[in-house]
Ligand binder design. Structure first.
Ligand code: ATP
Ligand code: MG
Length: 658
């Protein structure tokens, strides 16, 4: 009992913001809305108004958006207990959230009465709403984070795409923001840190074939400014890289501006294009070479035939005949050189050319050159100065090729210098980084017609000449320098040219040669044959060509040798078999012969049962290349002499093998 008195219902309702109400609806009368004091206070309703007026007033303050909901609610109230939360516009404090619960009062029967409570739950709703907003925000943040992560991965993959270089740096400030692996590779740099350190030089090493591009790049300022261009990164270096690029100004998250460049490496394509162009040029050059060649071949051939006829006609007149003979020889030599060059080129192009290094004395260079060019030099009254300055003359080298290099350069200097001109040949030793090597420097300079700037890049191309023979009256095949360059390359050497039209030309070659050690030198000296006479020697010459045989026999007989001729390999073998052991001292063996060739004949001889199997056999062949020499040695021959036979070389070889 006492407890119930303690509970003051009215105060409790006020404290919990809960008002009580009752609505009566009677046919033919306006609805009546009764409310207790708390309810009126809650909704801001004047206490003095009538229940009818209260009903109208309350309805008028319901939030329009909740009106329909409220109507449905009040309809339902007549049947079943129902609750609703709706918005109400308080005349003083504005929008509030109201919880309303009620049910029909079944004790009243004359008309419909519903009764219930109203509670201000604005605070609860506010807290709920805040919580909901927070939850939403957290959800949003989470999805944003996930989205950002996805984007980051996507962009990173996009930026690190394998075949596309990406470089981004701030502007101004030049801070590298991104440089992917492909860009590092294209710039030939190890890490982004290294790129940062060297960004300036890095950007400067890019070459733009279109010179305007650099200006356009310098003008990049505003967002979305863009340049599409071609560039060569590290031009001239081994890792030179051709790229198609696009540079664009972008804003980065820090608010700074950056230049974003993407590159695609098109080096392979460029290489293919160049190769194609070269192949096309090459085939063009070859056909023009064929034209020139047929002309160049015909010139000495005509001369040979012409002078031969003239000689025949003037047989009796010694002086005239000698003159024609000289000219005939000159033309033949040219023809031989031409054929030699063409063969050499064919070998170089097929990749067969090899180095044949042997100990040699560089001082001999001078001797050989003297003989070869003297005539032309005195005819043109050229001054030739030679300076030889070599400390270590004994070296391992391919003497033939070195001589050919000098010969070609000198012959050019002679050919392309007008009468009375000056040529300087310097053969010098330069210091070498390696102790057991020396650097041979060969310089050929002239004050001749010189070479134009435009032609210099093509100077070493095969089959090309600045002026054709018919234009300049100077005969040449356009192969000399190509051969020279190929030889120098083969020796891992260097060749360079300086020239100016009308002023002159200077070619410089540098080759590194291994020195012959002192002990080896001593040994060689002891092995040198002293006596070069063939007196008392009997040679068996196997040669099917009558003319060649006659020449060889004459040369050998002049040296007091006794020579017996075999017309092919078979006959040579028979003659050797029929003769007593020791009858012949040496066999000189041509390679290409009918019935039995030189290789086969050698094979048979080497299988003879007695001492004759060991007789020295020297190959004499027109196949003048290293692998022919190898083939001859492999077939069991002892040595090798190339045709046309150089007399001293032949004697030297015979003496060495006796
Ligand atoms: P060959 O095959 O008979 O040597 P070539 O002398 O014409 O014929 P290269 O030696 O390859 O051929 O030279 C190519 C071209 O370079 C020559 O045709 C000439 O135009 C130019 N040239 C070479 N050397 C000189 C030089 N010393 N002075 C001026 N021009 C030169
Ligand atoms: Mg030449």
């Amino acid at each position: 009992m006492e407890q119930r008195e303690k509970i003051n219902t009215k105060e409790i309702l006020r404290a919990s913001q809960m008002g009580m109400w009752c609505v009566e609806m009677e046919e033919g009368k306006p609805p009546r809305f009764y409310a207790d004091e708390v309810m009126d206070e809650l909704l801001g309703i004047d206490r003095d108004i009538t229940p009818e007026e209260r009903f109208v007033f309350h309805r008028s303050r319901i939030h329009p958006e909740d009106m329909q909901l409220f109507q449905e609610y009040s309809d339902k109230l007549t049947e079943v207990r129902t609750e609703i939360v709706y918005r109400y516009i308080h005349p003083v404090s504005g929008e509030m959230f109201v919880r309303c619960g009620g049910a029909r009062d079944t004790s009243v029967t004359e008309y419909v009465a519903v009764t219930g409570i109203h509670q201000d739950i604005s605070e609860t709703v506010r807290i709920e709403k805040e919580k909901e907003a927070e939850r939403r925000l957290a959800e949003l943040n989470d999805s944003l984070r996930k989205e950002k992560l996805r984007q980051d991965i996507y962009y990173k993959e996009l930026l690190d795409i394998e075949n596309c270089g990406v470089l981004a740096y701030t502007m101004p400030g030049h801070k590298v923001i991104h440089m992917n692996a492909e860009a590092l590779r294209m710039y030939g740099i190890e890490s982004v840190e290294a790129a940062q350190r060297e960004l300036g030089p890095l950007l400067r090493q890019v070459y733009y074939p279109d010179s305007d591009v650099l200006n356009q790049l310098k003008k990049l300022r505003n967002e979305d400014d863009m340049v599409d261009y071609e560039c060569i990164i590290g031009k001239g270096k081994a890792n030179e890289c051709h790229a198609l690029a696009k540079s664009k100004v972008v804003h980065i998250p820090t608010g700074e501006r950056a230049v974003l460049t993407t590159f695609v490496d098109v080096s392979d394509m460029v290489m293919l294009k160049n190769a194609l162009r070269r192949a096309e040029e090459g085939s063009r050059a070859k056909s023009s070479f064929l034209f020139a060649m047929s002309h160049d071949l015909r010139t000495p051939m005509n001369a040979i035939i012409g002078y031969a006829e003239l000689m025949e006609a003037h047989w009796g007149e010694k002086e005239a005949a000698t003159n024609y003979l000289q000219k005939l020889k000159g033309a033949s030599q040219f023809l031989l050189a031409l054929i030699g060059n063409v063969l050499e080129i064919a070998r170089i192009e097929s990749g067969k050319e090899t180095l044949n290094e042997a100990p040699w004395n560089l001082m001999k260079l001078e001797e050989t050159l003297d003989i070869l060019l003297d005539r032309e030099i005195s005819r043109k009254q050229l001054t030739v100065n030679r300076n030889v300055n070599i400390r270590h003359a004994n070296v391992y080298c391919d003497a033939l090729k070195i001589r050919e290099i000098i010969m070609n350069l000198l012959s050019n200097a002679v050919k392309y210098t007008a009468e009375g001109g000056k040529i300087v040949l310097d053969i010098e030793e330069k210091p070498s980084v390696q102790d057991d090597f020396m650097t041979l420097q060969i310089r050929v300079s002239d004050n001749g017609i010189g070479i134009s700037k435009e032609y210099i890049p093509h100077i070493f191309d095969a089959f090309t000449r600045e002026r054709s023979s018919s234009e300049s009256g100077i005969i040449g095949t356009g192969l000399g320098l190509h051969i020279v360059k190929s030889f120098v390359d083969l020796m891992n050497g260097d060749i360079s040219v300086e020239s100016e039209s009308g002023k002159g030309t200077c070619f410089t070659v540098e080759i590194s040669c291994r020195k012959v050690p002192e002990e080896e030198l001593q040994q060689q000296m002891e092995e040198q044959p002293e006596n070069v006479s063939l007196a008392g020697r009997r040679l068996l010459l196997a040669e099917d060509n009558g003319l060649n045989a006659e020449i060889a026999m004459t040369i050998l007989q002049d040296a007091e040798a006794e020579v017996e001729l075999a017309a092919d390999g078979k006959i040579a073998v028979d003659m050797l078999k029929d003769a007593p052991v020791g009858y012949y001292d040496t066999v000189l063996m041509d390679i290409q012969m009918p019935n039995m060739n030189g290789y086969q004949a050698t094979g048979v001889i080497r299988k003879l049962p007695d001492e004759r199997a060991k007789i020295p056999i020297i190959a004499i062949t027109a196949n003048a290349f290293e692998e022919d020499r190898q083939a001859a040695l492999a077939a069991g021959m002892d040595d090798y002499v190339a045709k046309p036979v150089e007399i001293s070389e032949l004697f030297r070889t015979i003496m060495k093998n006796l």
